[in-house]
Design a protein around this ligand. Structure first.
Ligand code: ADP
Length: 345
């Protein structure tokens, strides 16, 4: 038996230990990998065959190393194994890089999901709360007003005062709604030169592992030389993310081919047309015209805000967002954007 110095080093032994190290090597093998490794080598001996495998080494100080080993039997003239020649490689760095990359991908996907959920969730909660207050007050005042009017002797003065308060409440609710709409128009908007294909590609990178997790093939068909245009990059990312996440949601549970196809092309009047199609469950039957309404959702955890926000964003960029059935199944969302350089309203 010959063991190279490097072999001792990888196992954390001193070459002086000689062959006693070989006997102790199993103890240093990660307990979870021992049985599989013994099986691999036993089979190679029994079948006189090559072997290959990975196992971890657990050093006394707790360090874990990943190794990759290949071995080859040397046979004599009568076909008996006289020797095995093998190579062991320390692949810890590669493994760690792979694991870090996978963790990073996962984190990115989680982040995309969480940021979508928290933005929409927070927005929904505060929107609901703010609008609810004046509406609740209006209902109370309307009841008061009715009570003054339906008394045996109606008190017109009190009724009028209550009606005035209803007008005030209604105006306040309308102002809140107006403010929210402004938020999606100019308010927080940061206009810069945007390349739509870049938005699509970035969001695919961000959500790619999410698609992979559900066995969804992603296909793109991006027109070359699309005009850049002035837009809010963060908002357009959000639109693309919403459409992709919706497509993934729609395909998660369906059997058969799952494909997400994203296409960009030039359209008339210096416009860009983007389509996102999936082979998912399809638009909710009889309710396809509802999907862009705020709070409309068919999902248990849905907020019903994604499409309504996306539509506001697209419209504030001088475009349109609409949905259609995909053939033979699934849904297809289209949006246009104006590439004219002037800043939209
Ligand atoms: P949420 O995703 O929280 O439900 P959205 O406004 O993004 O909110 O979507 C509203 C509804 O539109 C969804 O609940 C679903 O019924 C429908 N929908 C959206 N995208 C798709 C799609 N790709 N396929 C089928 N239905 C969809």
């Amino acid at each position: 038996m010959h063991l190279s110095e490097e072999w001792y080093r990888i196992y954390g032994f001193d070459p002086e230990e000689g062959l006693s190290a070989w006997e102790k090597r199993l103890q240093r093998m990660h307990p979870e990998d021992r049985a599989k490794w013994q099986e691999t080598t036993a089979r190679a001996i029994a079948e006189k065959s090559d072997y290959e495998g990975e196992h971890r080494i657990l050093l006394p100080d707790g360090t874990v190393k990943y190794t990759h080993t290949v071995g080859h039997p040397v046979l004599n003239a009568s076909g008996d194994v006289v020797q095995f020649v093998g190579i062991m490689m320390d692949v810890t760095a590669r493994k760690q890089a792979e694991e870090a990359l996978e963790a990073l991908r996962q984190a990115q996907a989680d982040l995309a999901r969480v940021s979508r959920v928290t933005t929409l969730g927070e927005l929904t909660a505060s929107l609901a709360h703010e609008v609810n207050q004046p509406i609740a007050a209006a209902v109370t005042n309307a009841n008061t007003c009715l009570r003054w009017l339906t008394r045996d002797q109606p008190d017109m003065e009190e009724a009028r005062a209550a009606a005035m308060r209803i007008v005030k409440d209604g105006t306040r609710a309308a102002e809140i709604v107006k403010r929210i709409r402004l938020l999606f128009k100019k308010g927080t908007s940061q206009r810069e030169l945007v390349d739509v294909n870049e938005v699509i590609q970035d969001m695919i990178v961000l959500l790619g592992s999410e698609a992979t997790r559900y066995n969804i093939a992603v296909r793109t068909e991006l027109a070359a030389e699309l005009h850049q245009f002035m837009g809010d990059r963060v908002q357009l990312d959000q639109v693309m993310m919403n459409l992709i996440v919706n497509s993934i949601d729609a395909m998660k549970g369906v059997d058969g081919e799952r494909e997400l196809a994203i296409k960009s092309q030039k359209a008339e009047d210096d416009r860009v047309l983007v389509s996102v199609s999936d082979t998912g469950v399809g638009l909710p039957p009889q309710q396809a015209d509802q999907i862009f309404k705020a709070f409309f959702t068919t999902k248990p955890q849905g907020t019903g805000m994604g499409l309504s926000i996306s539509r506001s964003i697209v419209e504030s960029h001088g475009g349109r967002l609409w949905a259609a059935d995909n053939s033979p199944r699934g849904a297809r969302f289209y949006f246009t954007l104006s590439t004219k350089a002037e800043a939209p309203e």
